[in-house]
Every structure is written in C-alpha cells, then in structure tokens.
Design a protein around this ligand. Structure first.
Ligand code: SF4
Length: 428
C-alpha cells in the first residue's frame, strides 16, 4: 500500500547528502518541541539545521535570541524571498529580535548596481514586502553600507579569514576585485552583528537559508570561533573527561579569572576544568571574555529550507521571468503564470481519472503547499483528490490562480501601507 504523503512534493532524498557529508542535523527531531511550528516546519520544507536547539531553548525559556537574513538588491523580490521573510517574521513573533540586511555593498561590488539603484531596489522590492508580510518595527532593517558597526566588524573578521579559505567557498581568483571579497566578509559581519554589545551581547541567532548557503554559514561559524578570545572544548583525559579553556592571545588575568570562577587548574595558556558541564564553563567563559573586551560569539545557528521549483519545472531563476512570480507582479499576470505552469497531470482526462495526478511533480501543487493554502487539512484534501483522480488540472489551476490573484492584490495593498510606515524603521 502506498502511503499518502501530502508533503511529498518536497522530497528530502536530494538533500540527504547534506546530512551525511556536512553534518547538518534533521529538523524533524526538534519539531515536537516547537509550540506553534511555522507552516514550513510542519510541512518539512525546513528540513535541516545547525545548532537550532540553542535558539529553541532560548525561545522556550523566554531568553534572548535573534533571527537574521540578508537580501541582495539586484532584481525582483519573488516567492522564494518571501519564504525567508516569513521565517524571520515568525521568529520575531515568537519573541526574537529580528534583523534584515540589505546587501547593497554586494550588489554594488558584484552586480555593478549604482548606490541609488541599490537604495531603490532595497526599499521597493524587499523592505516594503517584508513590512507588508508582518515585519514589525522592534526589529532592525538596515543597508550594509550605512552600518558602521557591520563594516567595523567585517574588518575585524577579515583579520581571521584568508584568501584560500574564501576562494574555496566563493571561487575567488586573481581577477576577483577586492570589494567583492570585502562584501563576502561583510555578510559574515551581518550574521554576527546581533550578538554585539549594542544588541544585548552574545545570544543564539538563527539564519534561515536555502541549502546552497551552507558554506557561508560554515565560514561564519569558523570566524566566530576564531575571533573569540577563548576556545572551550571537551577533552578526554586518562580516566575522565574534562573541559579545556585555551586562550593563547587572551590577557593572563582573564585566564586566571576563569580558573577562579570555574575552580579549574590554571596553566600557562589554558585552564583545565573538572566536574563541570561544557555549558556551565561556556557561560562563565563568555562572561569573563566580555568583561575583558572580547566578543564571546556563539556559533550562529541555521535552518535549511528546500527550494521551490520553477513554474515551468526546472530551476526558479531571476533571469527566467516565466519561472517565478514576483511579489510586485500585477495580480492578473500572476494568475496567468499559474494557468501556464507545469502540472503533474496525465496526458488525457481519462488517464487522469484512472491513474490520478502526480502532485509530487506539480508546480501548482507546490504553490499551494508553500504559499497559498495555510490549512493542512485543506491541503490534504487537494492531495487526496489529485491522486484519487477526482481533481482535474484545469479546475485546480483556476483555483490556485484565484488564490494567487487574491494574495498578490492584498500583499500589494499592504505594501502601499508599508510605504507610509518606513519612518517607523528609521528609513526615511
Ligand atoms: S490536479 Fe492540481 S495538484 Fe493535481 S496534478 Fe493537476 S494541477 Fe497538480
């Protein structure tokens, strides 16, 4: 018997490599602990994470945490960007501090956009939509080029990042311009910024990304580790394990303060701590590091979501207008794109009735799953009717097109209201 799987359109198989090779953990293992999981969590669109348990623990115990993401203002904001915006907004609604960076330095250095274009695209495409989707003024929306904090931090991080490391991730070579490299390290500064003293100091921060963004997360986690004053590790001694705190460049007094507070044994460049948990020691070390002027960054956490396929099958790409629906698309045009989208229907109506449709291969079903139907039971009905052969693609597309038209119309009205509220975000 085949099991019905309404989330099958977002098959996980293609992503299993990430779990095995790169040590990304399965998001499902945390799902039961999340009180109001977002639609993308419930439907397994978010499939993996790194250290998200730190964010979840903070969320559940009402301690500070944050969520951040950046958008490069180089073209139209579309449904793929909406996914990330929704994830940030959801975390804000759960009590997190929210950060939204407009990566104008990257758009200027890499895509050749003028500063004026960056500003206009940043506001008109990304910021208005984020506010319209529910981003609230308590959060922070900023342009990289206008944030001295981010630029200063990027410079500090640059001391710990070398050319070979960056070129392995971004494919830099001798022809790559320096500003491009600076913009790459600036993204790491964006990710770590929520942990600066100005924003309340070290805390768990989640970066919701697509699976292809993991190299950047790994780079930033590595940099966080390298700029910190101390390295805290669990070690195995001859008989029992202990916690080692190393601080080669740290002030001697800071190290002896750690020995005093943890009851550990002080050596020249490290302290060995027995009978304490890693978590306890990390907490003490963080406090001492801050006292001595260090960053004490926690490694940033991340969640990984699957990508939507293009409306015509294949990849969704900004260079193929038929493959995506922009958030500023005229509602009528958006509805037409849905009507032209590739379905998982059979060749003839007769076959469709006999064999049922294939929602797992249908971009219309994907639209319903990712964006247009919020109620899981309603979506399950669509799925069952499709595979049972009682739902025909023509009507199904009309239904999805109607929902898309409604969404775009409402979203665009909200964007106009958002335009009036830009000053609440310090953007006028
Ligand atoms: S009936 Fe709907 S969900 Fe099923 S294949 Fe056709 S368009 Fe897709």
């Amino acid at each position: 018997m085949t099991t019905l799987d309404p989330w099958g359109a977002v098959k996980i198989d293609n992503y299993s490599k990430l779990f095995d090779e790169f040590g990304i953990s399965k998001f499902d293992d945390l799902l039961a602990r999340i009180p109001n999981p977002h639609r993308y969590m419930r439907r397994h669109v978010i499939f993996g994470h790194r250290s998200y348990d730190t964010v979840l623990d903070a969320m559940l115990s009402k301690k500070p945490f944050a969520a951040m993401s950046g958008f490069m203002p180089s073209g139209k904001a579309h449904l793929g960007h909406k996914m990330v915006m929704e994830e940030i907004i959801w975390h804000q609604q759960q009590g997190g501090d929210a950060f939204l960076a407009i990566a104008d330095m990257e758009a200027h250095a890499v895509r050749g956009k003028s500063w004026k274009e960056c500003r206009e695209l940043g506001i008109n495409e990304y910021i208005l939509s984020a506010i319209a989707l529910g981003f609230e003024p308590g959060g922070h929306i900023y342009f990289q080029s206008k944030s001295n904090q981010v630029k200063d931090l990027a410079f500090e991080l640059g001391i710990k990042a070398n050319f070979s490391e960056l070129s392995a991730i971004y494919g830099f070579n001798g022809e790559t311009n320096i500003a491009h490299m600076v913009s790459a390290i600036t993204q790491s500064a964006d990710i770590l910024q929520p942990q600066l003293a100005e924003f309340g100091g070290p805390k768990p921060v989640v970066i919701p990304v697509g699976a292809d963004q993991d190299p950047h997360i790994r780079l930033t986690r590595g940099l966080a580790y390298k700029v910190n004053m101390f390295i805290v590790e669990e070690r195995q001694g001859q008989e029992k394990s202990f916690i080692s705190v190393r601080g080669k460049a740290a002030p001697k007094e800071a190290l002896s303060e750690i020995a005093k507070r943890t009851g550990g044994k002080l050596y020249e460049e490290h302290v060995d701590v027995f009978k304490r948990t890693l978590e306890e020691v990390e907490k003490i070390v963080r406090r001492v590091e801050l006292q001595y002027g260090g960053y004490a960054f926690m490694p940033p956490a991340s969640t990984y979501h699957k990508f939507m396929t293009g409306l015509q099958g294949g990849k969704m790409s900004s260079s193929l207008p038929e493959s995506y629906i922009a958030l500023t698309e005229p509602p009528e045009e958006g509805a037409k794109k849905v009507m032209r989208a590739k379905t998982g229907g059979r060749v003839t109506l007769e076959e469709q009735k006999k064999l049922g449709g294939e929602p797992d291969k249908c971009s219309v079903y994907e639209l319903l799953l990712f964006h247009l139907i919020d109620d899981d039971n309603e979506l399950l009905e669509v799925y069952k009717d499709c595979v049972g052969g009682t739902r025909v693609c023509g009507n199904c597309k009309k239904h999805a097109a109607e929902l898309m038209r409604g969404f775009l119309k409402e979203h665009q009205e909200k964007r106009e209201q958002a335009r009036e509220r830009l000053d609440e975000f310090g953007l006028k």
